[in-house]
Ligand binder design. Sequence first.
Ligand code: GLN
Length: 477
Amino acid sequence: MNLSELTIHRAHHSLLKKEISAVELAKSFFEHIKNSEKTIKAYLKLTPDSALDSAKQVDDWISQGKEIHPLAGIPIAIKDNILVKGFQATAASKILENYTASYDATVVKKLKAVGALIIGKTNLDEFAMGASTENSAFQLTHNPHDNSKVPGGSSGGSAAAVAAFEAIGALGSDTGGSVRQPASFCGVVGLRPTYGAVSRFGLIAMASSLDQIGPLARNTEDAAILFETISGNDNFDSTSYPGEQDFFRPSKQEDLRGLKIGLPKEYFIEGLDGGVAKVIEQAAENFKKLGAEIKQVSLPHTKYSLSAYYVIVPSEVSANLARFDGIRYGLSIHQGNDLMEVYLNSREQGLGAEPKRRVMLGTFALSAGYYDAYYKKAQKVRAKIKEDFERVFKEVDILLSPTAPTTAFKLGEKSQDPLSMYLADVFTAPQPLAGIPAISVPAGNANGLPVGMQLMGPHFSEALLFKAAYAFEKFTV
Ligand code: GLN
């Protein structure tokens, strides 16, 4: 079995035709992972025993002639800030090193219910704060296309696992680009769903008004299958959307006649790598050949996105991380004269530099006397950014841009310079602020590395984004 050729679709058909059993499929993945992980280091934890148990169950269903879901028996990797019952959920932080999840996140429950195989927990930037996975307290993950480069972040482990054929699909979380940017760097598809499309129950919170769980996969169709399976209303997440949504169904009709695609001029700026720009220009040409109309548009408040993002996110981080106090979860340093010293020592030793930086910034931004100048102002900017998108989606159906300003950078290149790391999010911070969906799709290569294009659409336009991405994929393959 050639793992590199397996998509969800193909693996599903091999299982149905009994060319391979689910147990054999799982075993061949673990075999490959053993070798591949020597260099990639995408996983913090593998879960072969439970995966093989689930695989046996799927094989039973098949032999009993039961109808199986496209994800039954499919090996899926889960970012280690998403809870899988009975296993660690470290969020790549020392403070949660010994924490074991006591329940399944809703997305995991949904995957398990259809027989998907959870094969391991993947590396990330600590608490999903970062853009290279170098902020993990435990290990560096390497980009499968060039081992000296980062896989992107914060879902770098999930993207690298899919790109290195160590999983057929994966889940990540995206607060300001953490699914899309690593997808771009690793040459895979990554979707950030509309805020509220997927339940956040069981996701270790970073910035709750922005966090969304999203799929990473080899191609658009696989990403759509994963999205359809994990999305939907959930009583355990009051921000999850109660209505019905359209889902993508691949069709033979692959042209995009009548589709209006906007190119936001603010996304083609100084600092955008020339090779990346070329790939996106070519992508626009390809969309034209598919029948779409390309139009330049403007989102004038884009330039304030990062500033607003890096006030709002630390503010929410400072509140969300308050629960890690050395008493209720994980690491507890029982030194000191009183409770306050236990808190301080546990947090001092348990949290890394980036979470500490954000807790301090956020506490400052929320404090009396500064709240109006920082947090409140950032919320106003957020509203402006949302209005920009609403206005532009009256002119065009979707938007096209690069996912990231560069291709994968070198390990160590930005890790000592938080500001240059934050700039990596320049094209992926605006959509979460507006709550809209965006997908990164491989569009070509520059500097010998993959380049992702980003497609954005109005709230709950995932089916349209998938349709455009699918047509593009079919056209360029
Ligand atoms: N790089 C961004 C940050 O550090 C995005 C992280 C994310 O989406 N989780 O905040």
